[in-house]
Design a protein around this ligand. Sequence first.
Ligand code: ATP
Length: 465
Amino acid sequence: MSEEKKDDKLMEKIVSFAKRRGFVFGSSEIYGGFAAVYDFGPYGTELAKNIREAWWKAMVQENDNIVGLDSSIFMHPKVWEASGHVGGFSDPLSECKQCHSRVRVDHLLEDAGVFADEKMTEEEINILLVENKEKLRCPKCGSSDFSESKNFNLLVQSNLGNFTGDWDKEPTYLRGETCQGIYINFKNVMDSTRVKVPFGIAQVGKAFRNEITARQFIFRKREFEQMEMQMFVHPDDAMEMYEQWREKRWQYYLDLGIKEENLKWHEHENLVFYAKAAWDIEYKFPFGFKELEGVHARGDYDLTQHAKHSGKKLEYRNPQTNEVFVPHVVETSVGVDRTFLAVLTDSYVEEDLGEGKSRTVLKLPVNLAPVKVAVFPLMKNKPELVAKAREVFDELKMQYMCEFDDNGNVGKRYRRQDEIGTPYCVTIDFNTLETGIVTVRNRDTMEQENVNLENLQKYLADKLK
Ligand code: ATP
């Protein structure tokens, strides 16, 4: 786990940059904050939207055997009993006896180089806790004195539809993962569309977990967003399908512009009993390589469990052969927020421009950039330049997210756009009024090109494809 170098400075820089430039704010800051909950600011909202859209395109639009779904956050409480979450969705929790901060024992052990995970029993974890006492340190105060580890259930409870006042005896849950909504709609989707096995259902939506530790910025949130796809396949084809999806998902991150050296595969050492294979794609976050996405072969566990608990058949009949079977599931599961942090980390560059000058630039791929084009009048106090720039802006904004900026000198405006990753800036000057020629400046090369207004739409369309 700890072979990688941690870059605390980079993490600090990214957190403060994300706040300063309106990407990510801590929730409820005016009330002192709310642990492990974050808000996306104006540019963060755009980036998150572009991440969702890139995923949706790669999964639903480009695969004619995958359909979308938008299931509710609330589901019948039995869903969470069937899925095993009520009984077993827990993390091992211990308290530092010196400073009383809560720690996740499996993470503490892993950081000390001892293999552990949240699937271990309380007894197994406690043995490791005692055996490795001397190696373990409280991340806050450095003490090695911890209380016995207890498994803490991560499901977030609510009183939805319960007016008795003692709702916690029969709680409803905010979903702990989005894929349960997919399993319980498996039959609806089959009955209402023309899908045939193998087919997939994809969805993007909020999930909630009472995460014990609230560190690592948006990597681990208590309210987060998942993008999950469940592929339903014939049992004999499951492993081949699994390998195909491993390849596709790796390629997806390269297409998203992530540097390959910052990605690696991690195989789960301790598989849950029903799983056939489980690998994670890890990204080199500033705090080390950590899970970005899980790609799992889950067997028929999910459909079988829901069939058992609901009493409804969740099977597939092959229309050609009449063979009836319970499909196996190949799952890909990633968070919007973790993708956001990976993308931000990967594209954040501080460039030395020589002569004591530097710039911060987000080298985002064009499809993810929050603003695609910025339009500037060369001078703010020349109404004819401002009017022409407004005209250009009004036309471009119908195609792209654009920003109009007339504040400060053009150099400063370039820097502001570089920081938020805007690929192109268009400047309108006196020459434009005479000849119709504008200057288009490229974020990465900083080169400027003269483009005739008549060709500007086409020029940008080619570049922003
Ligand atoms: P971890 O081991 O890091 O807690 P996990 O194995 O519990 O993650 P899954 O249940 O497999 O995660 O969830 C699938 C994906 O959802 C993860 O790969 C991650 O991208 C995202 N995710 C899970 N938990 C969180 C969270 N608390 N905050 C942000 N994203 C999350």
